[in-house]
Design a protein around this ligand. Sequence first.
Ligand code: UDX
Length: 433
Amino acid sequence: MRGPLRITIAGAGYVGVVTGLVFARHGHHVTFVDLDASRLEALSAGRVPIHEPGLPDLLTEVRANIAVSSNLKDSVSASDFTFLCVGTPSSADGTMDLGQVRAAATEVGRGVKAGHVVVVKSTVIPGTTEGVVIPALEAGGRKAGRDFEVACNPEFLREGAAVRDALAPDRIVVGGSPKAANAVLALYSWTDSPKLVVAPGTAEMIKFAANTFLATRVALSNEIANLCTRTGVDWVDVARGIGFDARIGPQFLRAGVGFGGYCFPKDVMALAALGRSLSAPSLIAEAVVGNNQVQYREALRLLGEEVGEVKGKRVALLGLAFKADTDDVRETRAYPLWRDLTAAGAHVVCHDPIAGPAFLRVAPGARVVKSVGEALAGADAALFQTEWEEYKALEPARFVREMARPIVIDGRRTFDSSALRRAGVRYRAIGLG
Ligand code: UDX
């Protein structure tokens, strides 16, 4: 590989920050650009703007190699590579809103110089790199493939394990011409993970296919787990039994209140919308979306079986982040749980080890307390939505001692059912018959 390169990261969100810091760790000079000045201030002050295990240490380690800028065009002009890591949220109809990608690409196109490589890292609908990004870049007057190169390099990192995933990727997928792909692959010469060079549209589809497959596994697990609950079977044993089948494998078979986060819900919805727009309806993706929208109600059903009417009852809602080890509450299943319980007249007391402030921004009326003890005190039931280690470590006797009624509804199969039952807890869980 050539010596240190200058890399612009457009968009300092989860993907942008992690990607940029990993490149900085491999000796490159990385400039983060974002419209949100507070993110840039945080980074230049040595603070990470998101909660992600391992990220603060990584930032401390590479601080000498990073800079921030609010001027995308100038940063691009002074760089060898630009990674587009901006958001691709859902529009109201489920299609992907490419506004940020288009705007960023247009600005990058004004700054590209000869030999520059623009890399699309944002998750984009198949056809976007060639149909949207390249035309926006070329509006700056230079031609892709002649004056500069363009590639698509989707990101597969999981929040909460993002640093680990980015430092040891299980594969590198690059979509683009051989010249563009080789330039991007050189940035990953430090890893011996499998590398796949394909057309840009294929790279984009690989990302969508991966997320839709995984989300479908989760949705199908939930659906069968709901049958287990009603037939006296434990889904955890069923999952173990099918997971030994090499064709199925053990991963992503955890049943619960459904998936959340920034990727699965919006990507599956976007794939379904793509199917509709191409007159090739994706019936499975549509079903996965529909299944996930209502799965949280299974926890409410179990709660109802234990406490009856929730009106006037005090319910502790534990875990507000969409999953453990993140402060991300986007599409968290805690939100519909809180909303429906509140609408039904329950007094909901919420807790999360770190996502409380973020949850208050999406649910401004929520009561969020600072400790598990405050949430449990006098509660008629506790409903666990996130599998935090802090919750797993709770001593079962505490539920009996501190709650008005020791009823635990486990929305993520966080606990050992026999330990809780031995302690005198009424324990119900999704997929536990
Ligand atoms: C996902 C993909 O894993 C990652 O490759 C992609 O780049 C981005 O989307 P992320 O959303 O961070 O990552 O988290 P992930 O661990 O995949 O979990 C997604 C959701 O599914 C969470 O709400 C999680 O609780 C849920 N889930 C996951 C289950 O309910 N059961 C499982 O077995 C696995």
